[in-house]
Design a protein around this ligand. Structure first.
Ligand SMILES: CC(C)(COP(=O)(O)OP(=O)(O)OC[C@H]1O[C@@H](n2cnc3c(N)ncnc32)[C@H](O)[C@@H]1OP(=O)(O)O)[C@@H](O)C(=O)NCCC(=O)NCCS
Length: 147
């Protein structure tokens, strides 16, 4: 598996994974915009086709990385793709001198919570009824990044 920055050529594959992964997917144009935003990173995992992606922001001034989305194509799940994408994002963040990583996740998203806990995150706050579509709570998770 290879993890590298996405390019415009990858947007169709990212869009397909997004639509397979979320009830309210982001539009393709949102990922296209991420390619142009200085603080945004959009990585893909290739096996060799695009099997997953990770979108995150490295806010170097704040010493923080915020993980927005990790998604693996349903045909490639439980093969280590998500863990590899998360590990890569955190390594990039450490290289940019970030010292904390944050994210939000739905309370009911057990696979993602397990992935994040395995990656060193812990829940530090609950945002009650944060998600408007179904009133689900958001867990705010944090990981301190050791150099
Ligand atoms: C969450 C998600 C990204 C995991 O991707 P993945 O490539 O299947 O994850 P990995 O194979 O790297 O799994 C790493 C670890 O996460 C945990 N995990 C992953 N999927 C799990 C599941 N369905 N049930 C329980 N634990 C799970 C396990 O600890 C796993 O390690 P193991 O396989 O050795 O037990 C994937 O299920 C997905 O795309 N879900 C839909 C999108 C989403 O909800 N993203 C997160 C919110 S942005």
């Amino acid at each position: 598996m290879m993890i590298e920055p996405a390019t415009h050529v990858d947007l169709d594959a990212i869009d397909e994974i997004e639509r397979h992964s979320f009830p309210q997917p982001w539009p393709r144009s949102a990922f296209e915009a991420e390619l142009t935003r200085a603080i945004a990173r959009l990585d893909v995992a290739r096996r060799p086709a695009v099997a997953g992606f990770c979108n995150y922001w490295i806010v170097a001034d704040a010493g923080e990385v915020h993980i927005h989305t990790i998604a693996t194509h349903p045909d490639h799940r439980r093969l280590g793709v998500g863990a590899a994408l998360l590990g890569h994002a955190l390594a990039q963040a450490r290289a940019a001198r970030a010292t904390i990583a944050t994210l939000e996740v739905r309370r009911g998203n057990a696979p993602a919570i397990a992935l994040y806990e395995r990656g060193g995150f812990r829940t530090v706050h609950v945002r009650a009824r944060y998600y408007q579509d179904n009133g689900e709570d958001a867990l705010v998770m944090l990981s301190e990044l050791t150099p």
